[in-house]
Design a protein around this ligand. Structure first.
Ligand code: F6P
Length: 370
C-alpha cells in the first residue's frame, strides 16, 4: 500500500463553500472504511494563504508550522457551517512575470513530501495549477468563483450563496425604496460576466438587470424607468454588474493598477448609473454596492452540498490517479475535465438566449413560445 500526502489549498477571492470542500476532502481522504479497499493510504495537510503559503514556507524550520495545518476529522468537523476559508487565501501568482517564484513552489512541494495537490480556486488559481501540472506536479482542481464564469463546469462554489445575499439585500432595500418612492441601483460583483447580476436580479424580481455582455444605453434605462413610473410603480430596483459598461464606453475602475494576475479593480458603475438616472429622469435615486458582502457569511445549503460533492470527487480523482484535471458539474452530474479546458475561457451570458435586450431583464419565455 502506498502512502499519499495530499496538500490542499484555497486561492483567489474567498467565498462560501470553500470550508465545506476542505472538510470533505479531509473526510473522504481519511475515510477508514475506504482505507481497506484503496491502493493508497492518504494523509491531508492544509497549506495556508493559497500559493503564498507554498512560496513562503521554509520546510524543516520551526516557521514551517505557520504555513501548514495538518487536517483530520476532528479539525474539520464543523467547517462546513462557516463562510470564507479557514486556511486563508491570497491572490499571489507564483508565475508573476515581475517575479517568478514557481521554482520555489516546486522545491517546497518536493521538500514537504506532498504527493498530490488539491487546488480549490477560480481561473487564476487553476491556471497556476495547470502550469504546475505541465511541470510534473500531480494536481487536482476544484472550481470556485462567485462569478460562476468558468467555462468547463456548470457550477462553481460560492455562486448560490452570493445570489442569496443579493436577493436578501434587495428584499431589504424594497421597504426603504417603497417608503421614499426611490430608484435603487444595486451593484453586484461580476468582473467579466453577468451571471451574478442576472441570477440575483431574477431571484429578487428586479425591474432592470444590466450585464457586462450587453453594453447599456442610459437613454433606454431612463425611458424604461419613466415608463414604470407612468404605469404607477412606486419604486424600482436596477441591478448592475460591476463589469457593465455604457454603449461605446469602458467599465468603471475603482482604483488604478492591476493585481498579480493582471485584473483591474472594478467598482463604481452603480453610482455612475444612479447619477445618470437622477440627472436624466429627475427621479430620487440612490445606489448600493454589495461588494464583498456577496462573498461573506455562512454557505447556503447548496454550497454546503456542492462543496461536499466536489471535495469527495477530488479525492476520488486522487485515488484513481486522475491528475491534471478539475472536478466539474455538467448536466446534473459530477465529472472531471482536463485543467486545460477549465481555464482561460469564460462562460458568458448568451445575450440571445439568456437575456431580454428590450426590457434589460431576464427572459420572459423559457421554451421559446411568443
Ligand atoms: O473572485 C471574483 C471576484 O469576486 C470578482 O467578482 C471581483 O471583481 C473580485 O473578485 C474582487 O476581488 P478582491 O477580493 O481582490 O477585491
Amino acid at each position: 500500500m502506498n502512502n499519499c500526502r495530499i496538500g490542499v489549498l484555497t486561492g483567489g477571492g474567498d467565498c462560501a463553500g470553500l470550508n465545506p470542500a476542505l472538510k470533505w476532502v479531509t473526510k473522504a481522504a481519511l475515510d477508514s472504511r475506504f482505507q481497506a479497499t484503496r491502493t493508497v493510504t492518504c494523509g491531508v495537510v492544509g497549506i495556508r494563504d493559497g500559493w503564498k503559503g507554498l512560496i513562503e514556507v521554509e520546510p524543516g524550520t520551526p516557521e514551517e508550522a505557520n504555513w501548514l495545518q495538518p487536517l483530520d476529522e476532528s479539525v474539520v468537523r464543523t467547517w462546513d457551517r462557516f463562510g470564507g476559508t479557514n486556511l486563508g487565501t491570497s491572490r499571489t501568482n507564483p508565475f508573476d512575470p515581475k517575479k517568478d517564484r514557481s521554482k520555489k513552489v516546486m522545491e517546497n512541494i518536493e521538500k514537504l513530501g506532498i504527493d498530490v495537490l488539491i487546488v480549490i480556486g477560480g481561473d487564476d488559481t487553476l491556471g497556476v495549477a495547470h502550469r504546475l501540472a505541465q511541470m510534473g506536479v500531480k494536481v487536482v482542481g476544484v472550481p470556485k468563483t462567485i462569478d460562476n464564469d468558468l467555462s468547463a463546469t456548470d457550477y462553481s462554489l460560492g455562486f448560490e450563496t452570493a445570489v442569496d445575499v443579493i436577493t436578501e439585500e434587495i428584499d431589504r432595500l424594497r421597504t426603504t425604496a417603497g417608503s421614499h418612492k426611490r430608484i435603487f441601483v444595486v451593484e453586484t460583483m461580476g468582473r467579466y460576466t453577468g451571471w451574478l447580476s442576472l441570477a440575483g436580479g431574477e431571484s429578487s424580481g428586479a425591474y432592470i438587470i444590466i450585464v457586462p455582455e450587453c453594453p447599456f444605453s442610459i437613454a433606454k434605462i431612463n425611458s424604461l424607468l419613466l415608463d414604470g413610473k407612468k404605469r404607477g410603480l412606486r419604486y424600482e430596483i436596477v441591478v448592475v454588474a460591476e463589469g457593465a459598461k455604457p454603449e461605446g464606453g469602458q467599465e468603471i475602475v475603482q482604483r488604478g493598477g492591476t493585481d498579480a494576475f493582471g485584473h483591474k479593480a472594478l467598482g463604481g458603475v452603480g453610482q455612475f448609473l444612479a447619477d445618470q438616472i437622477a440627472e436624466g429622469t429627475g427621479l430620487d435615486t440612490r445606489s448600493v454596492t454589495l461588494s464583498h458582502l456577496q462573498r461573506g457569511g455562512a454557505p447556503c445549503a447548496y454550497d454546503r452540498r456542492m462543496g461536499r460533492y466536489f471535495g469527495i470527487a477530488a479525492v476520488d480523482m486522487v485515488v484513481r490517479g486522475e491528475f491534471g484535471r478539475m472536478v466539474s458539474y455538467r448536466n446534473g452530474r459530477i465529472t472531471s475535465v482536463d485543467l486545460k479546458e477549465a481555464i482561460g475561457k469564460q462562460h458568458r451570458v448568451d445575450i440571445e438566449n439568456d437575456y431580454d435586450v428590450e426590457r434589460y431583464n431576464g427572459k420572459r419565455t423559457i421554451l421559446g413560445y411568443r
